[in-house]
Design a protein around this ligand. Structure first.
Ligand code: FBP
Length: 312
């Protein structure tokens, strides 16, 4: 049954953030709702499988990756946006001279398409240097808002604006996003979320830090960062994707995966580090720069930092 008395997303945002940002976050939410519909019926509509092409990361492009990318590009052609940086595009797409640069991962957790939850992530930055990007570093501190959506049941959006984190649930009966968890706070750690199969790839410092951060916790790992981060945020825990011998710089991407999650965690009272410092302080000089991520309950993240930075 619809709870139409709960605040709707655009009403919640209006007056809280500048109008340009209301338009951007509203457009992101509407595109996410469109993608949710496509995901829900993908096996019936020939949207599963690969396009036969590879993306900029040299990974095979799923049909839904391509569909999701188009959907967000269409939605985010807005006057206040200067450029769009997508996981699926080789180069930034320059739009005009607006205030904001939007960095997004249209479909996070691609290995779960058709079998488990996937999601979308966005970070909205200001003060991005003019192209070519690379001379002046950008940091996550330049974000004014960040959000991620998890296309599960329910379909949820976690949104960081004005120093606060709030969670919205998509209501399919009237296609609105309604505020269901105001002022989310990162819960104390209960779960550790990491791909334990990579243990042989970790350095001694990473192995010792993972053990220290996860001692006494229960394990949960889906292979969709957004789903794992949602659990960590709402139920308490720590999500870890450290650097390893196969991904020496880390696997996840700074601008549209790590930094948005970092902003959400910090504004919810948790923490997000690369091992030794906040991910929001890491200089980014390339659109698809990678990094390590340890995010969640502040005490568990601190246990990781202490062990990681201890002398060998
Ligand atoms: P994609 O953007 O290619 O989907 O990669 C990101 C991701 O799927 C995260 O969502 C997830 O946490 C991680 O990769 C899983 O990687 P692994 O399979 O190495 O554990």
């Amino acid at each position: 049954m619809s709870q139409s008395s709960l605040p709707e997303l655009r009403t919640f945002l209006s007056g809280r953030v500048p109008d340009g940002l209301v338009a951007i976050l509203g457009a992101f939410a509407e595109a996410s709702a469109t993608l949710r519909d496509a995901l829900a019926t993908a096996p019936l509509s020939n949207l599963l499988g690969a396009t036969g092409e590879t993306n900029v990361q040299d990974e095979p492009t799923a049909k839904l990756d391509a569909y999701a990318n188009q959907t967000f590009h269409r939605a985010l052609r807005l006057p206040d946006i200067t450029r769009l940086i997508s996981e699926e595009d080789e180069a930034p797409v320059e739009l005009g001279d607006g205030t904001y640069t939007c960095c997004f991962d249209p479909l996070d957790g691609s290995s779960n398409i058709g079998v488990a939850a996937v999601g979308s992530v966005i970070g909205v930055y200001t003060g991005f240097p003019a192209p070519p990007f690379g001379g002046t570093p950008v940091t996550g501190r330049q974000m004014e808002a960040a959000a991620f959506v998890v296309y599960g049941l329910p379909t949820m959006m976690v949104l960081a604006t004005a120093g606060q984190v709030d969670a919205f649930t998509f209501d399919p009966t009237d296609r609105t996003w309604r505020l269901t968890s105001p002022a989310v706070r990162a819960e104390p750690a209960k779960y550790a979320s990491i791909n334990w199969m990579y243990r042989d790839r970790w350095s001694p410092a990473v192995a010792r830090a993972v053990d220290n951060a996860s001692a006494g916790l229960r394990g949960r790992y889906s292979g969709s960062m957004v789903e794992d981060v949602l659990r960590v945020l709402m139920s308490g825990g720590v999500f870890l994707y450290p650097e390893d011998s196969a991904s020496p710089a880390g696997k996840l991407r700074m601008l549209y995966e790590i930094c948005p999650i970092g902003l959400i965690m910090e504004w919810a009272g948790g923490a997000a580090i690369d091992g030794s410092r906040s991910v929001l302080d890491v200089p980014v000089t390339a659109p698809h720069q990678r990094g390590p991520l340890v995010a969640g309950a502040a005490a568990a993240v601190e246990r990781y930092r202490v062990a990681y930075t201890a002398p060998d």
